[in-house]
Design a protein around this ligand. Structure first.
Ligand SMILES: CSCCC(=O)C(=O)COP(=O)(O)O
Ligand SMILES: [Zn+2]
Length: 259
């Protein structure tokens, strides 16, 4: 017998993993599926970028699945995931898996881990996606001296959530969707030599922009989060569309903001 998602004999997969691997909607399987999809979009090529998903349907919604660092994201297998109990306790690593299933090196969790954790703890996100999309990189180069990307009057803006701070719950919550004519504002932070060193400025941007569901990293990429992995995927797709459009508008000498 083989696992539903691959050709490995199930006898090699530890019993505790077998049940989750048989569920195509389990975070470990979804990360693999979406990494392949995002690879084809040029969002996670050359080991860059990544996805993490919170197990909101499982018995412990504070468990977060995260891919290992420095691996070809489109080739990850579900048992190669790290599992973090929020905020920072690693409760499972692929290094514990049978050697027949894993690579010979020692796995490390994604360098994006502290940034993903910031999105979970500050925004109660259900999933966070980091891409190296060239549209994200190019817009930050075109906006070299700007701290924000701003666009309005485009239909696709309606795919993004309207977020507001709720005084009673003390949380930023979705209260609807944006209108096409509204200004979408995404903060831009400066890149650092090591991904994990972005954590402080990412957190600052999240706090300063309660209405945002994404942060651009100059000459690097974008972090996008959502209530669920499917919302995060839609927000990512809509943002990437808008970023691509904005690059074309800028290169054509057209402002992305219509007053
Ligand atoms: C060429 S990728 C450099 C690291 C990076 O920016 C990234 O997003 C991937 O980090 P990971 O540790 O998940 O491989
Ligand atoms: Zn990156």
């Amino acid at each position: 017998m083989a696992c539903s998602c691959n050709n490995k004999p199930s006898s090699l997969v530890p019993a505790e993993l077998q049940q989750e691997l048989s569920d195509p909607n389990h975070p470990a399987n979804l990360i693999c599926e979406l990494c392949r999809l995002f690879y084809d979009l040029n969002w996670v090529t050359g080991t860059g970028g990544g996805i993490s998903i919170r197990d909101v349907e499982g018995p412990n919604p504070n468990l977060v699945y995260i891919a290992p660092s420095g691996v070809q994201k489109e080739r990850i297998q579900p048992w190669e995931m790290f599992v973090v109990d929020l905020p920072d306790t690693i409760v499972r690593t692929p290094n514990e898996c049978p050697k027949e299933l894993t690579k010979s090196y020692k796995y490390k969790p994604s360098a994006c881990t502290p940034l993903f954790v910031s999105c979970y703890t500050l925004r109660d996100a259900g999933a966070c996606i980091h891409t190296h999309s060239q549209n994200a990189v190019m817009i930050t180069i075109l906006l070299e001296h700007e701290k924000e990307f701003v666009i309005n009057h485009v239909e696709q803006i309606k795919a993004l959530p309207r977020l507001e701070y709720n005084e009673s719950t003390k949380k930023v919550e979705k209260v609807g969707s944006m209108e096409n004519y509204e200004k979408l504002v995404i903060p831009i932070i400066e890149n650092t030599p090591h991904e994990e060193d972005l954590t402080e400025t990412l957190e600052e941007a999240i706090r300063n922009y309660p209405g945002t569901s994404a942060v651009l990293v100059r000459r690097h990429g974008i972090y996008v989060w959502g209530e669920t992995i499917w919302k995060a995927k839609v927000y990512n797709e809509a943002l990437d569309y808008l970023l691509e459009l904005a690059v074309k508008m800028k290169l054509a000498g057209i402002s992305t903001v219509r007053e």
